[in-house]
Design a binder for this molecule. Structure first.
Ligand code: ZN
Ligand code: ZN
Length: 236
């Protein structure tokens, strides 16, 4: 049940069988994310979106993209390979990426092309939806006062009907508060589930959030150097 309990201290890096086999640990890696998807499928779940109230047997895959469009695209490709569709919540007010840049525009196009939906990861109180987004909003770092309040013209992912603590799991800060859900998914233990994951945590390697963030920053440095060269900056 609480397989999450012993994991962080073990230092991670354990081997996960490439396909089929049972996970030997619950590392935050794209391999294990794929295992989560496979577990949900084995449990008979159907992957749905926020345009329908989740009923029995439904899994809502939600991704809040706080830091990295690149990570979102990597996770989106894994899902597409598994023939799974999910919803990516992107920010228009991020300090980490610019949705209006060419990179941002092509990220949205690519997510759609891979069969995913795009919602708004909004900063309260602004939930300004435009044609880039489906009418669905996830607040970034919400306070309890408005967490589940209805939003005019859009679904709030935490409103009644979409959110209920027993049928919700989140990987926030690289910690499952109630354990990694793969075992319960495989055994159809949830009536339905909203599964919130943050792509950066799964794409960059580290056994703690701090280590993962540092790995992301290392990759970011390389990416920025390429962008600087593309912007005709003399790096000699
Ligand atoms: Zn797991
Ligand atoms: Zn967020």
């Amino acid at each position: 049940m609480n397989e999450d309990a012993g994991r962080p201290a073990s230092g991670g890096g354990g081997h996960i069988p490439p396909h089929g086999g049972e996970a030997t640990n619950c590392a935050f890696t794209l391999d294990h994310y794929r295992e989560l998807l496979d577990a949900a499928r084995a449990g008979g779940y159907r992957f749905a979106h926020f345009d329908e109230l989740p009923g029995r047997g439904v899994v809502l895959l939600r991704h809040d993209v706080d830091l990295s469009l690149e990570a979102a695209l990597a996770m989106a490709a894994v899902e597409a390979d598994a023939d799974v569709s999910s919803t990516y919540f992107l920010m228009t007010e991020s300090v980490f990426y610019n949705l209006a840049s060419t990179e941002g525009v092509s990220a949205i196009a690519r997510l759609r092309e891979l069969g995913h939906r795009v919602g708004l990861h909004a900063v309260y109180p602004r939930a300004v939806l435009d044609e880039r987004f489906d009418p669905v909003v996830a607040w970034h770092n919400p306070d309890p006062e408005y967490l589940s309040a209805p939003i005019a013209g859009a679904v709030n992912v935490m409103q009644d009907g979409y959110f209920d603590p027993p049928t919700y799991r989140s990987d926030s800060n690289q910690r499952w508060r109630f354990g990694c859900p793969h075992t319960e998914l495989r055994s159809a233990g949830f009536p339905w589930l909203q599964l919130l994951t943050h792509p950066e945590i799964w794409v960059y390697r580290g056994t703690t959030m701090g280590a993962t963030m540092r790995a992301m920053l290392d990759a970011e440095r390389e990416r920025r150097l390429v962008q600087l060269a593309a912007d005709r900056i003399d790096l000699s």
